[in-house]
Structure formats: C-alpha cells, structure tokens
Design a protein around this ligand. Structure first.
Ligand SMILES: Nc1ncnc2c1ncn2[C@@H]1O[C@H](COP(=O)(O)OP(=O)(O)OP(=O)(O)O)[C@@H](O)[C@H]1O
Ligand SMILES: [Mg+2]
Length: 159
C-alpha cells in the first residue's frame, strides 16, 4: 500500500496515530512532514516519540533546527521552517541523520527539496476543521509500503 489517509479529530488522536507509527519505525527510517503552521506536525512527532519509547517532552525545534531525543532508537527531530535556501539546509549535513542509525523526522521537509532521500514515509497534514486534521500518508519504497499496510489494518475507516 502506498497511500493512506487517516482522520484525527483531536490532538490526542494525532498523537495516538503517531505512536502507532513510532512503534513500527526502525533504524534508519525517515519521516517527512508537510502542512501549514499549526497543522499538527509537532503533535504527530510527540506520538512518534512515544512509540519510540521516548519520555522526554517533544517541543518544536524551530530555533535549534535539530533536537536529538533518546529512546529505543535515537530520534533526530528537525524543523526546517526558518531555513530559506538550499545552501543553508545543505550545511546541516542532513545525510548524517538520514543515513544514520536513528529515526529522522523532518518538519517543513519540502524546504530541503532535492536533499531528501528517495525512500521515506511522507505525511501531509491538513486542517479538516477546528480540532480535526487529515493525515495523508505516502510511502516511497517497499519498507514504508509495508509499514503503511500495517497502519491501515489498524486505522482505516476509523477516526
Ligand atoms: N487533531 C489535531 N491534531 C493535532 N493538533 C491539533 C488537532 N486539533 C487541534 N490541534 C492543535 O493544533 C496545534 C498544532 O500545533 P503543532 O505545533 O503540532 O503544529 P505544527 O504543524 O508543528 O506547527 P508549526 O508549523 O508551527 O511547527 C496545537 O495547538 C494542537 O493542540
Ligand atoms: Mg512544529
């Protein structure tokens, strides 16, 4: 399966979906997040962190660009919002995260354009009401397609 849309009707629901994804993540996995301000990218990341067994609180790393959190695997949480151009993003050395042993989650991932790895799990978050968000997952690569199939079994047709 290479795409799946799940509706989350509250931040708790978004975290729960993230937690299920986080539990399925493994070493070297990359999750790219897109969607407007306040769509829930950090909230989803809080769930991913829970699923990775991280107990530290997850805040938006907007002003530090990257935070490393320690769980079952390291979580590299990046936020590219403030970065305007590709050379600036290139300086971050993203490949060290993407091809490292941990899990990489990138908010505002589209800012990195061609620097992004071909294989990844992408989530487009959209407003669907005051406390409702639609989470559109896209899998690029077999590994992530399998992950989505597992997620669908759990969340499809539920909110
Ligand atoms: N269903 C929902 N899922 C996630 N967040 C929700 C939901 N409903 C309401 N919210 C609220 O929307 C806000 C989402 O904020 P969050 O920081 O996760 O967004 P973001 O996409 O990371 O924003 P930014 O682009 O500024 O980093 C929070 O205040 C949260 O409580
Ligand atoms: Mg955020």
């Amino acid at each position: 399966m290479n795409s799946l849309t799940i509706n989350a009707n509250s931040p708790v629901s978004t975290r729960r979906i993230g937690e299920a994804v986080g539990k399925a993540l493994g070493s070297g996995d990359v999750v790219l997040l897109a969607g407007p301000l306040g769509a829930g990218k950090t909230t989803l990341t809080q769930g991913l962190a829970l699923g990775l067994g991280i107990t530290e609180s997850v805040m938006s790393p907007t002003f530090v660009l990257m935070r490393e959190l320690k769980g079952r695997l390291p979580l590299y949480h990046l936020d590219l919002y403030r970065l305007e151009n590709l050379p600036e993003i290139s300086d971050l050395g993203l490949d060290d995260y993407f091809y490292g042993d941990g899990v990489t989650v990138v908010e505002w991932a589209d800012r990195a354009g061609v620097l992004l790895p071909e294989e990844h799990l992408r989530v487009d978050l959209e407003y669907a009401g005051n406390r409702s968000r639609s989470l559109c997952f896209t899998a690029r690569g077999e590994r992530y397609e399998q992950l989505l199939t597992g997620l669908a079994a759990r969340f499809e047709a539920k909110s």
